[in-house]
Design a protein around this ligand. Structure first.
Ligand SMILES: Nc1nc2c(ncn2[C@@H]2O[C@H](COP(=O)(O)OP(=O)(O)OP(=O)(O)O)[C@@H](O)[C@H]2O)c(=O)[nH]1
Length: 353
């Protein structure tokens, strides 16, 4: 807009157009630009569907341009290159329908402007030149509209591809971190979550419990009812177990019929109560599967409390040892791991002295 005003004032100063209408036009166009600037910068338009009210601004720019075309006298040719720019500003915010509507509006506007010049002014160009001007207006407007539509379509395509890429990344992340059968976090996810949780628990000196859960005689379930029913049992167990957990607890499928449960900020007493509830719930309620098949399942659990300086791998090993003790003692029970040995006991005693 500033470029148009400077150009038009230059034209008036060079006596190529009448000064008075050019000054009024410059004042009106300048005021409109200031109003738009103030509205947008003040944040008043932030809640509008299009805070830059692009369609209105472009419509106004076409109107101002057509008025300049009428009053620019012998210099009216300078208006045409500026016309090419107007539509391009709308590429990012306008819909296809709005772009087409603006093309229709601007063509009508220039038809009216051409008629006003021809029949309402004294400096009308020769009919041949007027026709050339009109043709130039039509070419400039339609080609800038086609360009705007093309850029818009490319932008839409890029936006769609970006969304598809984001959804593919989410899907890949889910595949990499979730167990497909049960929907639980998988072993890879749990290993990382456990590493972070161990460091955090040791830094904050808050208790962290790790439990390993293994369905008892699962092979028999598979052998008796078939692998598909075995799968359903795993899914039903995962869903039932999750119901008795808090949001901060993480239950993961470790592999086969083995699960690992991480209980953050949980004392051994609290953990023991929770695990006992879970064990009893599994034992008491035979899992009802799709098709009404009822399968009785029990679970053995080994649980360990993280030691002050214990490594994650050592914690896993102790809970695993406890699980095998639970199995050896007759299954369907919880076994607690021996406390973590103090750091000095694991290292060279002489070096710790
Ligand atoms: N249906 C199904 N079975 C699985 C899956 N992963 C492992 N299994 C089966 O789980 C069974 C595990 O058998 P075992 O390791 O002998 O353990 P178990 O029969 O539960 O015996 P205990 O653990 O000693 O009580 C095997 O038959 C595996 O084929 C799975 O994703 N789906």
């Amino acid at each position: 807009m500033a470029a148009s005003i400077v150009s038009m004032e230059w034209v008036a100063a060079a006596d190529l157009a009448q000064a008075r209408p050019v000054h009024w036009w410059a004042l009106a166009s300048g005021l409109w630009a200031l109003v738009c600037f103030a509205l947008i910068r003040s944040g008043r338009t932030r809640r509008w569907r299009d805070p830059a009210f692009t369609a209105v601004q472009i419509g106004a720019a076409f109107t101002s341009n057509a008025a300049a075309y009428v009053i620019a006298g012998q210099a009216r040719g300078i208006v045409l290159p500026l016309l090419a720019l107007v539509m391009v500003f709308g590429v990012f915010n306008l819909s296809e329908r709005q772009i087409k509507a603006l093309l229709a509006y601007s063509l009508t506007l220039y038809a009216v402007a051409g008629a006003v010049i021809q029949w309402g002014t004294q400096d009308a160009p020769a009919p041949a030149l007027a026709t050339v001007y009109m043709l130039a207006v039509i070419v400039v407007l339609t080609s800038s509209t086609v360009l705007a539509l093309r850029i818009r379509a490319m932008r839409q395509l890029l936006k769609r591809q970006k969304q598809e890429l984001a959804s593919a990344v989410r899907h890949i992340h889910a595949l990499a971190t979730r167990d497909e059968l049960t929907g639980l976090p998988n072993r890879r996810y749990m290993q990382e979550a456990l590493r972070v949780a161990c460091l955090s628990a040791q830094r904050s000196r808050r208790p962290l419990l790790l439990a390993q859960l293994d369905l008892d005689h699962f092979k028999q379930i598979n052998d008796t009812h078939g692998h598909a029913v075995g799968d359903q049992v795993l899914k039903a167990f995962a869903a039932a177990a999750q119901k008795s957990l808090r949001a901060s607890d993480v239950l993961a499928r470790w592999g086969g019929e083995e699960f690992v449960l991480m209980l953050v900020d949980t004392t051994p007493e609290q953990g023991r109560r929770l695990l006992e509830r879970l064990r009893a719930a599994v034992a008491d309620a035979a899992l009802t599967l799709e098709g009404g098949v009822r399968v009785a399942v029990t679970v053995s659990i080994g649980v360990a409390l993280l030691g002050g300086d214990e490594a994650c791998g050592a914690l896993l090993k102790r809970s695993d040892d406890a699980l095998y003790r639970a199995k050896r003692l007759g299954r369907d029970r919880i076994a607690c791991a021996e406390p973590a040995p103090p750091v000095c006991a694991a290292a060279d005693a002489a070096a710790c002295a």
